[in-house]
Design a protein around this ligand. Structure first.
Ligand code: ATP
Ligand code: MG
Length: 647
């Protein structure tokens, strides 16, 4: 591990959970999960209260996950109606458009109630009923949240598809879920450019059932090609419907949404989440992990197309009656100061983003940060990939001024909410560690080959979960066998996360990367994250991705793709310097065999490095790159192939 030179921010004073409370609550949650979750299930307003709390099994031949199963509720009522008595005029959603020239919107809970009621009635006019699937392919505009909550109000199941996805990727998701309606907009402004969303839907629907309707929200006002009988303008129907819509009573276990995983490791999986358990867990983690208090302004920069946007832009914050910020744009438009400009403008108190964005901004001048007043910030968060200590330190010092705790939250689309994360009033931080389990979460490390649980505190192995938590996925849409196969078969009796992990002497968890990505050099198993962090710790390096490749002597060699800081130039000397650097930081065994300078790395649309593609390139196997439908910029791959280090 690179040495730790940070001035750690202090624990947040007055937080919901301090260190003593964490220990007590964690013990309760493990020793008596029924009582613990019966209590926290009350975060939700139930129409019919549950009498059963937990019925779960990870046994390979009988996998089932049910929470609060005889309770009934409506998710939209929980996110809106129940706040009206006290918070009708409080801002629920702040909308910050792509262009800083366009005015921001402040949508109150009262307005949200009307907008969602209207949207639900529009969907009803199109024949949407409880249990039907609705695909949402929208920019990051308030209507995306309205549409999600409108589905929830009707008991319909939404499947949000990130607006950056291609027509093919959209079509396969519409077909997989047999959706009745696709909701889109004319165009989507992003980073000063327009994505032709409606055009993409037109192309996608050529490959879908004729009965699928297309509902179009006006965003850009541009011309769009129209198919009569299939396409309808939202405004045309909205003008004639009421703003009140009755909220359907749904079972706790009824699906709230389907969401496809990023596809970092293979074909995306259609993860199904429940209504009751999911909402309780999203709300609870939002409150405790971010230490949300009334009056805070919470900003999660994810897109609603990812689970992070579902749980921490929409459902968690709104269930807690919070003010949540939705940002339509990108971190570098009009320049690399945009995030901080928005923080200053809206006095953001909690800011939650991904390591990919932090590394990107770290590669630019610090002046983009320092020229803004960030004194409103009290907490920073990270999610999506391991955050390299170097990036952590930059985030802490330059953005947080050494006074904002950083919550490095480890979780997955499948987990619904945070599983391993610091709590800002309770957990002393270590840069690069996701630290400790959340309440009710029982991480275990298994030996990769024997599948045996490792009981020593200091250990390294495959990260699994021993028992369920309310936010856990319930199945894969239309494919219950793949659900069992993917998560409960490799290690019987456990939920298998797919990630490798190290536990230190203090019981802190350090995610080492995906199990598939582990490198075995002369019999030494090494996580990719560690080598990458060492590289990023060098002043010249902005980002790095490391994979193994076949090596005659060592079994596997270490192949590094390195993106330099904007003011650095590649050279043979730099290659040598970096090799020596990593050797010094980690040890001789970790010395990179190959370093290829790469102006860009292949990433998923959510910004995660796709190592499986880098592995193929390192192996000189360009013919079978696998599913690349979720790749953000395919041209990056061509460039890497053309410049593959000739070693
Ligand atoms: P797929 O499952 O289709 O390959 P994916 O795993 O990238 O895609 P997500 O559910 O979006 O899809 O991502 C979850 C994964 O992201 C985790 O399993 C882990 O590898 C990584 N991750 C998320 N947060 C963190 C974190 N704080 N630290 C380290 N890794 C993280
Ligand atoms: Mg995954």
């Amino acid at each position: 591990m690179p040495k730790d030179t940070t001035n750690h921010p202090d624990l947040l004073a007055g937080a919901h959970v301090d260190a003593a409370a964490y220990d007590r609550m964690y013990a309760e949650s493990i020793e008596n999960p029924e009582a613990f979750w019966a209590e926290h299930g009350k975060r939700i307003d139930w129409i019919k209260p549950f009498t059963k709390v937990k019925d779960t099994s990870f046994a390979h031949d009988d996998v089932h996950v049910r929470w609060f199963e005889d309770g009934t509720l409506n998710v939209a009522e929980n996110c809106i109606d129940r706040h009206l008595a006290t918070k009708a005029d409080q801002t629920a959603i702040i909308f910050e458009p792509d262009s800083p020239e366009e005015e921001a919107q402040h949508i109150t809970y009262k307005q949200l109630h009307e907008e969602v009621g209207r949207f639900a009635n529009v969907l009803k006019e199109l024949g949407v009923q409880k249990g039907d699937r609705v695909v949402l392919y929208l920019p990051m505009i308030p209507e995306a949240a309205y549409a999600m909550l409108a589905c929830a109000r009707l008991g319909a199941i939404h499947s949000v598809v990130f607006a950056g996805f291609s027509p093919d990727a959209l079509a396969s998701r519409v077909n997989d879920s047999q959706a009745k309606v696709v909701v889109t907009s004319d165009g989507a402004p992003r980073g000063g450019r327009i994505t032709e969303l409606k055009d993409n839907v037109n192309k996608a629907l050529l490959h879908c059932d004729d009965h699928v309707k297309c509902l179009v929200v006006k965003r850009t006002g541009q011309q769009v090609a129209w198919v009569a009988d299939r396409d309808v303008w939202y405004d045309d129907i909205a003008a004639n419907v009421s703003t009140f819509c009755h909220a359907a009573e749904v079972g706790a276990e009824d699906p709230l949404f389907i969401l496809y995983t990023s596809g970092s490791t293979g074909k995306p999986k259609g993860v199904v989440h429940s209504s009751g358990g999911y909402l309780a867990y999203a709300a609870m983690t939002h409150q405790y992990t971010f230490d949300y208090h009334d009056g805070d302004v919470f900003w999660c920069t994810a897109d609603v197309g990812w689970v992070t946007g579902h749980s921490y832009i929409v459902y968690g914050p709104l269930a807690n009656g919070a003010t949540t910020l939705m940002f339509e744009g990108v971190p570098t438009y009009p320049d690399a100061g945009r995030f901080w400009a928005v923080c200053e403008k809206h006095k953001v108190t909690q800011f939650y983003t991904a390591p990919t964005a932090i590394r990107l901004l770290m590669g630019q001048s610090d002046e983009f940060v320092t020229k803004y007043d960030l004194s409103s910030l009290k907490l920073l968060g990270s999610v999506g990939e391991p955050i390299n200590p170097e990036a952590w330190n930059w985030y802490n010092e330059v953005v947080g001024k050494g006074k904002c705790p950083i919550v490095d939250t480890w979780w997955q689309t499948e987990t619904g909410g945070h599983l391993i994360t610091p709590l800002p009033g309770a957990t002393a931080l270590k840069p690069g560690s996701a630290t400790k389990p959340f309440f009710g979460v029982q991480p275990v490390l298994l030996d990769a080959t024997s599948g045996e649980e490792i009981h020593e505190t200091e250990a390294e192995g495959v990260l699994c979960m021993k028992d369920s938590w309310p936010g856990q996925m319930r199945t894969l849409w239309g494919d219950p066998d793949r659900f069992v196969q993917a998560y409960f078969s490799d290690y019987k009796g456990y939920y298998f996360t797919g990630d490798g992990c190290r536990r230190d002497a203090d019981g802190y968890y350090w995610i080492t990367g995906r199990v598939d990505d582990v490198i075995n050099v002369s019999g030494h198993r090494m996580g990719t994250a560690e080598v990458e962090s060492a590289l990023v710790a060098h002043d010249a390096v902005s980002e790095a991705a490391v994979v193994g490749y076949p090596h005659e002597l060592k079994g596997q060699g270490i192949y590094c793709y390195v993106t330099l800081m904007s003011d650095e130039t590649p050279s043979d000397e730099l290659v040598k310097e970096l090799q020596t650097w990593v050797r010094k930081e980690i040890g001789p065994i970790a010395k990179p065999d190959v370093i290829q300078f790469a102006p860009g790395l292949p990433k998923t649309r959510s910004g995660k490095i796709m190592r499986r593609i880098l592995r193929k390139i390192a192996e000189n196997d360009f013919g079978s790159l696998g599913d690349t439908s979720t790749l953000a910029d395919p041209s990056v791959v061509d460039d890497l192939i053309a410049n593959r280090a000739n070693k």
